[in-house]
Design a protein around this ligand. Sequence first.
Ligand code: GLN
Length: 280
Amino acid sequence: MTIFEAYNHTKQKLKAAGIEDSVYEAKIIIKHITGLNNSQILTEYTKELTEFQQNNLTAILRQREIRYPLQYILGEWDFYKYKFKVGVGVLIPRSDTEILVEKCCEYLQGKTEPKILDLCAGSGCIGISLAKDFPDSAVVLLEKYPEAKRYIDSNIELNAAFNTLAVMGDIFEGDAGGQPYDLIVSNPPYIPPKEMAITSPETKFEPETALLGGEDGLDFYRAIIENYKSSLKDGGMLAFEVGINEAKCVAELLKNAGFVNVDITKDLNSIERVVTAIKE
Ligand code: GLN
């Protein structure tokens, strides 16, 4: 099978498995198994795959047919401007979450040595991106589960983000203690259990502990607002990613807790995705 035939075969198999972005994904898979970049593929498309490459392609397609996430297969994914290691036990970074990072960057612009706390940090993609963009910042990443915490540690290494500290902890058990922060950011689990059925098949391979946010999806927002308000400086910002139809409720929770400048930002699909607020 030539590279070109493999590409067409991959596209077709992915499409048959119900994968929407089969063209984009097929390109990524062919690049992965051949180790070639875009321009090399264009010049070498008539080259035969080796047996090893062909076996790898078969293995990847079998996994994708049952909708095992491509990100877990590759073991690495781009998020915002950086690369992150991902695998079983950690939530896959989503492009929607880049909006949250951008809102945080706007707020941090011009601040010197800002202190940042990323709660329910998962792969660490939010906190590490901020640490890289603001090298004079100090970022603490809090994560409850050891499987995910291991990914934070390797992502800190991968990105050489040494102005970070990864700690294990549970947001329901109190604040981070110690220093007040300029920014507390979180993309907590927020899916109500009744909506799990309508998430993508790939999501069913991700840890439920990173997805389910209690009966109405809002448990983590309530706990973070209650337990971490005292860890924010006056004028500090709390920034959340939220699930579909949750923005107004989260904005209300923030207002009731005395936060000001409560602001909602939409993602690229026009879904209200980020809620930010300032501690007076
Ligand atoms: N955005 C993810 C999804 O809908 C959920 C992530 C989360 O719960 N924080 O699949």
